[in-house]
Design a protein around this ligand. Sequence first.
Ligand SMILES: *Cc1c(COP(=O)(O)O)cnc(C)c1O
Length: 364
Amino acid sequence: MINVACPIIGWKENQLIKEVLDSGILASGKYVEQFEQSFARYSGVKFGIANVNGTASLHVALLMSGIKPGDKVITTPFSFIATSNSILFCGAKPVFVDIDPKTFNISSIGIERALEKYKNIKAVLIVHLYGLPCDMEAIIALKEKYKFVLIEDSCQAHGAEFKNKKVGSFGDAAAFSFYATKNMMTGEGGVILTNDEEADKYGRQLINHGRYGHSLHTILGYNYRLTNIAAAIGIAQLEQLENWITKRIINARKYNEAFKSLDFLKIPYIPKNCRHVFHQYTIRVSSIERNKFIKYLADNGVNSGIYYDNVLYKQPLYKRRGYGSVICEEAEKAAEEVLSLPVHPSLSENDVDKIIEVVSGYRK
Ligand SMILES: *Cc1c(COP(=O)(O)O)cnc(C)c1O
């Protein structure tokens, strides 16, 4: 069976983990610092704060950008639930804006409409879904016009670029995840990026019990610290990231070439100026076809995945919180039609050829 995700662990991860274990320094340590600096440098951002996961990174990114209880935060309903939950963690209120059906990312026209409608929007939390950057030109123009806080959920988009600039470098802060199935991983892990020195200092306090100096606790903080072991894995993984992205892009190009003439699916759209890093290779199939197609793929040795089969505001948690009447038509349609095929760098050429053969051989 060919799976949709498969972490790669090399000799260097093993070597560095052994070094950490031998050193006896298992919690915060030199690899944590080294990892956050190298990931920040890679992304073209000044400061990086390593921490336990992407969800905590989102939470801290919002807090350190000044999001307070009652604030309204625009976001997309077509994402992993951690995106909008991080807004709830702050006691703030998600305002869901529909997606652009071509890119699956939040619609910049929709953002402007919501900014006009509500007037008191504090922040916009965008998601570079599947590894494709949002329309940063339009969003930055809106930020200048309306002066909101911009946070990037970059948990699926390590190394993705808009006009040769990496995601995570556009907003006031950005969150990355190093969960085991992401484009690079530390098992569980995350990083918050920012260019703002004060925000960085505040964020560091937030992930460490609000500690200031040796024994003063000046604010309410959390224990969101990353371990030295996880950071060691991250250092080794980051060295491979560009290789792996290249492989993902090559695999995606092969699929695009092979699938573009198939009439039962739509291949991913890549806007100009974007480097899509293909955390997911996501096609659209009609809703009637999807279950049949998934079963056909599985019967022929190819696993696939649906990200996501429901919009966030329809989750029971959100319905209970008064989101029952929200409608984002394009997001709802996408939830019924998307399907992700394996595109990860551990696929062999044979695997890729087999996937192409199986998909192309589908008869309705
Ligand atoms: C993975 C992911 C997260 C959460 O990351 P964790 O490390 O699993 O907490 C948040 N947002 C998006 C879009 C993700 O894909």
